[in-house]
Design a binder for this molecule. Structure first.
Ligand code: NAD
Length: 509
């Protein structure tokens, strides 16, 4: 199915899972990667042992000392070459993402495009790592702040964006002068091996020492080593809120820095003034795209009572046209869930909806038979619920869309939307300027991402990406998210012949 692509991406039985660049090693247990598309084994990699991890960190520390001395625009040039190489490998890497993770081929290509885009962004950024100058209160003094590289950045990533999230972190960290140690999801190890190969090749072509980009492999125990390790200056962790709470506790205990990108419970508010055509495309793609396995997936639709029945009918009709099947076949809209555990979580959620008094209006089910042998294909569901149901308050990583009715003012809808523990992405469908501005104001959405007439799902790399509350508060990718990958230093220079003290303090002796 994917042998040619694996070959083109440099993946072979020699890639044992731990890497400091072009050197591959690993003494841990074997980790098997099965495709959710057809249930077949794609390949095996070895998990990293504690000793492997030690070797990686030591190399990373040494590499940092060299890497930080390369001028930022020159580091940017290396990231530019990485982007060029990704352009050449886009089709094969996109296909591997689709086959190992289960998202559609189109979305796999989209993920690689995000990598290319962040490379371009980082190249520009490499000449714009600005500090500010500050007027001093003392005569003949100059003040400014500047940003220096942090050190080793640990990246722990989730299965659902197996390549893009790493690149968001790595490209920024690299131009900022940091080195990266990546612990990918144990569910998508081959995507990680492929990425490491591409970047390591570029680094080698530029005669950069090993250790600037490293890969450690395994389950959460390897992630825990990163969290505990005070040699890792910043831990950027993407995954469930449960994981984020655990990682945060450990990193905070050693006063390390974190970027936490955790679960969402995203809603679209549909007001009386909504353009229902825009709403329909946004809501359906948001709810069923990537089989509901995006952190920004639309989980709740909060609809005004006056248009509720109309919206419901249009959704039910749209769901009848959804094609489920092999994600590499571009005729299909929805592929599989990542594994059978995810299918179990989906089934449990449907049971819970019924127990709590919800009404399922588009029935679910697990697909069987020809083409569905992996056992990971499920039908997208729509359920009418109330926001306070326990199941609605939690993120179920599957294509289940909750319909919630609101009445009266848009503020009522905003209150429902904000009344969950998570705060990642949100959106309002309205042509009413007052409603849109209220939604974006300080009494509006409490999420890190708030959109008008665009769904919740997906984001452009130019903006800072992340969310509030249980989503963790971290920001990655665009805008000034780079500042989290550097340490800030305030400098004061006295070019007078006196030593005036700040705040007018006199100290004569
Ligand atoms: P997960 O939490 O099970 O695992 C994520 C990563 O964390 C994996 O690499 C795992 O091995 C590691 N890990 C787990 N426990 C750990 C611990 N105690 N210490 C260190 N590492 C640990 O998540 P998943 O199932 O892979 O991904 C789905 C989740 O990720 C969803 O909740 C989704 O919303 C979230 N997500 C968030 C964003 C975002 O930007 N906010 C992006 C993608 C995914």
């Amino acid at each position: 199915m994917i042998e040619n692509e694996l070959k083109e991406l440099g993946i072979s039985s020699e890639n044992l899972g731990t890497s400091t660049g072009n050197t591959w090693f690993g003494k841990g247990e074997e980790l098997s990667s099965y495709s959710p598309v057809d249930g077949k084994l794609i390949g095996k990699v070895k998990s990293s042992t504690k000793d492997d991890y030690e070797e990686v960190i030591k190399k990373a520390q040494t590499a940092f000392k060299e890497w930080r001395m390369i001028p930022a625009p020159k580091r940017g040039e290396i990231v530019r070459q990485f982007g060029d190489k990704l352009r050449k490998k886009k089709a094969s890497l996109g296909k591997l993402v689709s086959y190992e993770m289960g998202k559609s081929y189109q979305e796999g290509l989209g993920e690689v495009q995000e990598m290319i885009d962040i490379c371009d962004f980082a190249v520009g950024l490499s000449r714009q790592l600005y500090g500010s100058t500050i007027h001093s209160e003392r005569p003949l003094h100059r003040m400014y702040d500047q940003y220096h590289p942090l050190g080793v950045v640990g990246v722990i990533s989730a299965f659902n964006f197996p390549v893009a999230v790493w690149s968001w972190n790595t490209c920024l960290a690299m131009v900022c002068g940091d080195v990266v140690v990546w612990k990918p999801s144990e569910k998508t190890p081959l995507c990680a091996v492929a990425c490491q190969h591409i970047l390591a090749e570029v680094l080698k072509e530029n005669n950069i020492s090993e250790g600037v980009s490293s890969l450690v492999m395994g389950d959460k125990t390897i992630g825990e080593l990163i969290a505990q390790d005070s040699r890792v200056a910043l831990v950027s962790a993407t995954g469930s809120t449960r994981m984020g709470i655990e990682v945060n506790k450990v990193v905070a205990a050693r006063l390390g820095k974190t970027i936490l990108e955790l679960g969402g419970n995203n809603a679209i508010i549909v007001t009386q003034d909504a353009d229902l055509k825009i709403m329909l495309t946004s809501a359906v793609f948001g709810a069923v795209g990537t089989a509901g396995q995006r952190c920004t997936t639309t989980r709740r639709l909060i609809v005004h009572e006056s248009i509720y029945d109309k919206v419901k009918e249009s959704l039910v009709n749209a769901y009848k046209q959804i094609k489920i099947g092999n994600p590499l076949d571009t005729a299909n809209h929805v592929g599989p869930l990542i594994d059978k555990y995810a299918v179990e979580m989906y089934s449990n959620a449907l049971e819970k909806i019924n127990q709590e008094g919800g009404k399922i209006i588009v029935e679910g089910g697990i697909l069987e038979g020809n083409g569905f042998e992996s056992g990971c294909y499920v039908k997208p569901v729509i359920a009418e619920v109330e926001n306070h149901f326990e199941i609605v308050q939690h993120e179920t990583f599957a294509p289940i869309l909750y319909l919630i009715k609101y009445s009266g003012d848009v503020l009522n809808a905003i209150e429902i939307q904000n009344n969950v523990a998570q705060g990642l992405s949100s959106s309002i469908m309205t042509n009413n300027l007052r409603e849109a501005e209220l939604f974006l104001s300080q009494q509006g959405s409490d999420c890190g991402i708030a959109n008008v007439n665009i769904g919740t799902s997906g984001a452009e790399i130019g903006g800072a990406f992340g969310g509030e509350k249980e989503t963790g508060g971290g920001r990655e990718s665009g805008s000034d998210a780079w500042k989290a990958y550097m340490r800030r230093q305030t400098n004061t220079i006295n070019y007078s012949t006196e030593v005036p003290l700040a705040q007018g303090i006199k100290f004569d002796f």
